[in-house]
Write a protein that binds this ligand. Structure first.
Ligand SMILES: Cc1cc2nc3c(=O)[nH]c(=O)nc-3n(C[C@H](O)[C@H](O)[C@H](O)COP(=O)(O)OP(=O)(O)OC[C@H]3O[C@@H](n4cnc5c(N)ncnc54)[C@H](O)[C@@H]3O)c2cc1C
Length: 403
């Protein structure tokens, strides 16, 4: 492996990955950063919806199409799509390093946003579900959580599906579903065997938006993550789903969900935090050099220097951990537990880095013209969403104590 280059000297990356990271950095500086102020101050942006939906709401069609074109022309659109589905074939390490660059700004860059559950599509599901999502013509979201089933979905899930001829009939309520109102179809888990539950008794269904048995409650649940609500309650009332719309095998839905969460909600939280932490560090260094109090710049004060040093150490340590785990995933290792370590540390270290950056900036840190508070909220949220800190610790402890 040619390890001549690296993005910042903290981790040796192959030259070809560094080149794509440089391309990503140029796009961020030239195309996205000039849009950031407008994005941050716009009442339409939301957390947890697809990048293209967010862009269209804030900037309209012209800018969104312009960014999609850049993404498709450069091949970045297919960054996370496997080669056998027309994707880039880039390693997980490359994906992580490139995504880090795009997380330097609050303005989302459009990618083909395909939950890996969809690669289970077979037969005509490929044309109906997978291909339109890869091409960006349709969007999906993921429905696991319920009013009484968050950390323990396998044990507590109530939504159930019963076979009736060549259909399944779903009943129950999902809650906190990001992008449910904005998506064309929803990947829903339901209990199909109460005895087996997460061990072969939960199935994944694709339910399309036009299904009369599914109702998304609007306007959604308001949170501190964005001015526009984007998490929803979704009700299933005798919702009839053709058996042809089961994703994967009957009874295998919980395993598919866990596999998806390992990559999307655990490992990829690493670059999600890294870009934001790098930005917080850069902004803090600039601010500390120019802001003068009591006759000296903040950068001359040891109390400020130490905060900046701590931010730098968190960033470098997280980068080393994340890149290493991505490389181990590329080597075919089972990194389920390690991905949990990346999620836990990226969200805790990320939030504390942003907290320090806000403190160094004083009042400016609280201004919505800077991305600091938004980044802080995103990273603090990550200590709950997608499996809270305690659940990651529980999974890591299980492995440590078992081994
Ligand atoms: C903004 C947002 C977006 C979301 N998007 C989605 C989505 O798109 N799809 C989806 O399915 N879900 C989504 N969720 C739900 C999210 O994944 C859950 O909220 C999360 O898993 C935690 O579940 P809970 O809120 O029910 O917490 P609970 O399970 O009620 O837990 C409460 C607290 O107790 C802790 N705890 C629980 N059990 C233990 C234990 N055994 N030992 C020690 N501590 C414990 C937890 O870690 C947590 O801190 C979203 C949530 C939010 C806020």
């Amino acid at each position: 492996m040619n390890t001549a280059g690296s993005t910042d000297g903290s981790f040796q990356l192959p030259e070809e990955i560094v080149e794509i990271c440089d391309l990503a950095k140029r796009i961020v500086q030239k195309e996205l950063m000039p849009l950031e102020q407008e994005f941050l101050l716009h009442p339409g942006h939301a957390f947890g919806i697809k990048e293209t939906t967010n862009l269209r709401r804030v900037f309209g069609d012209d800018i969104t199409e312009h960014l999609i074109k850049i993404s498709k022309d450069t091949g970045l659109w297919h960054l996370m799509v496997p080669e056998e589905h027309g994707g880039s074939g880039l390693s997980m390490l490359a994906q992580v390093a490139i995504l880090e660059q795009f997380n330097y700004t609050a303005v989302p860059f459009p990618f083909a946003n395909v939950g890996n559950i969809l690669y289970q599509c077979k037969g005509d599901q490929i044309d109906r579900f997978l291909t339109p999502v890869i091409e960006g013509d349709m969007t999906t979201c993921f429905a696991q959580t319920e009013p009484n089933a968050g950390s323990d979905p396998g044990g507590m899930m109530q939504t159930n599906a019963v076979k009736d001829g060549d259909h399944w009939v779903l009943n129950g309520t999902k809650m906190w579903i990001s992008g449910a109102a904005e998506s064309d179809m929803i990947m829903v888990q339901a209990v199909t065997d109460v005895e087996k539950r997460q061990r072969g008794g939960i199935t994944m269904f694709m339910v399309t938006k036009d299904n009369p048995g599914m109702q998304v409650e609007e306007p959604g649940i308001k949170t501190w993550l964005g001015p526009h609500a984007s998490q929803y309650i979704v009700n299933f009332d005798n919702c009839r789903v053709p058996e042809a719309d089961v994703l994967g095998e009957v009874g295998n839905g919980f395993r598919l969900a866990q596999r998806w969460l390992t990559i999307h909600d655990r490992l990829l939280r690493g670059p999600f935090a890294l870009g934001k932490m790098q930005r917080a560090l850069d902004l803090s260094i600039d601010w500390a050099k120019q802001r003068v109090t009591f006759g000296k710049p903040l950068a001359a004060r040891q109390a400020i220097q130490w905060q900046i040093v701590d931010m730098f150490i968190d960033l470098q340590a997280l980068r080393a951990l994340t890149y290493q785990m991505a490389a181990r995933a590329d080597a075919g290792e089972d990194i389920r537990t390690e991905a949990g370590m990346v999620k836990l540390t990226s969200m805790i270290w990320g939030a504390r880095t942003l907290d320090q950056a806000i403190q160094i900036h004083g009042a400016m840190g609280e201004s919505l013209e800077l991305p600091l508070t938004l980044f802080y909220r995103y990273l603090r949220h990550g200590q709950i969403g997608g499996g809270a800190n305690e659940i990651q610790r529980m999974l890591i402890a299980r492995k440590l104590l078992r081994d």
